[in-house]
Ligand binder design. Structure first.
Ligand code: SF4
Length: 349
């Protein structure tokens, strides 16, 4: 394929530099984050305590989108460790999706028919406090060359597998050279048609969408889907929109999945703004997941009935293509479970 005339990312001076540099310079000290954002000093003790169980990580391009001095900022709430995380709440567990039961090889999860999920790396560019994999045993799932060959052999031996999903951690924490090798070995398996990449990196460090990566995806015989993870409209700035545009120019289908989170996006206004901003950036809303009951993050949870009410109101405000599917993952089910959403009118009858 001829080289793409790729969209240039409009970087601000603070966020220039390679994505690897930005990744390595991410803030990992709660006291530094609190100082950088001018937050009350009293928050440090709780942050340090919660950070012991699941460390803090916030890269500069994301930090710049957080309002200084506002403890209720919806982006800050996703990254700041808080004392509520140390509460032991019954029903909230370390493996809420029972992924350990669907792990035929290290680094491979085969839950659904026709597709497999490969955990390329345990690394993330940002640590999201609500993450359902915050306790995942990444150390036991390291994907070295031998494990990768086992994964490739497993996929090659099962002709029902049409789609391979790169997940993590964040699969785009893997460098372009290694990604190229992995994609090349999948392209050699005739029955694999699609590559899906689930990533938050183009959102938190948009510089990750390098011209080389876009070109590689454009050159692939696999149809490629990138599922971004954006929970709030304030996460989308010009650099994120440019990263999405670069992917689309490479022929990648760009979708978004969000998680419904208390204090982040639990209002119809927030969800409406998210869908509108996504579409303006060329990204289609795909799923809105209800919270997975992971230990340490119960304070983000929202009851299904409230989620359904929010969605029914959202449906009354937006065209259908801007309304994500409300879904829950239930361990052991053959697919995600869609939650029914009534119209506002029928709820009020
Ligand atoms: S980027 Fe994804 S995998 Fe990593 S902490 Fe956030 S939600 Fe979890």
């Amino acid at each position: 394929m001829k080289p793409l005339n790729l969209v240039d990312l409009n970087h601000t001076p603070e966020t220039t530099g390679s994505w690897q540099h930005l990744l390595s310079q991410a803030i990992t000290d709660p006291a530094e984050l609190i100082r950088a954002l001018g937050l009350p000093a009293e928050t440090i003790a709780g942050a340090l305590q919660a950070h012991q169980d699941f460390s803090l990580r916030v890269p500069a391009p994301y930090l710049q989108r957080i309002r200084p001095g506002d403890l209720n900022d919806p982006l800050l709430r996703q990254v700041l460790p808080v004392s509520e995380e140390t509460a032991n709440v019954p029903g909230y567990v370390t493996d809420p999706l029972a992924e350990a039961d669907s792990n035929p090889h290290d680094g491979l999860i085969h839950k659904y028919k026709g597709r497999v999920l490969v955990i390329l790396t345990g690394a993330c560019a940002i640590n999201c406090r609500y993450c359902f994999r915050r306790h995942f045993p990444y150390e036991d799932n390291r994907l070295g060359p031998d494990q990768w060959q086992q994964v490739v052999d497993y996929i090659a031996a099962d002709s029902s597998i049409k789609e391979v999903i790169f997940s993590g951690g964040d699969p785009l924490a893997t460098n372009d050279k290694r990604l190229d090798k992995l994609i090349t070995s999948l392209e050699a398996i005739p029955h694999v048609e699609r590559l899906r990449i689930h990533s938050r990196l183009p959102v938190v460090i948009p510089q990750r969408i390098t011209p080389e990566l876009s070109q590689r995806l454009a050159d692939s015989r696999l149809q490629t889907v990138m599922v971004l993870h954006i929970n709030h409209a304030n996460e989308i700035d010009n650099d994120v929109a440019a990263a999405a545009a670069s992917l689309k120019q490479a022929g990648v289908t760009v979708l978004n999945q969000a998680v419904l989170l208390r204090g982040v996006n639990d209002s119809v206004d927030a969800l409406e703004a998210l869908s509108e901003h996504l579409f303006r950036a060329g990204i289609l809303p795909y799923y809105l997941f209800t919270f997975d009951p992971v230990a340490g993050a119960a304070h983000f949870d929202i009851a299904d009935a409230e989620a359904q009410q929010l969605m029914s109101e959202l449906q009354s405000r937006l065209p259908g293509y801007l309304v994500p599917k409300l879904a829950r993952e239930i361990p052991g089910r053959a697919s995600k479970t869609l939650l029914p959403v009534s119209s506002v009118q029928s709820l009020s009858e």
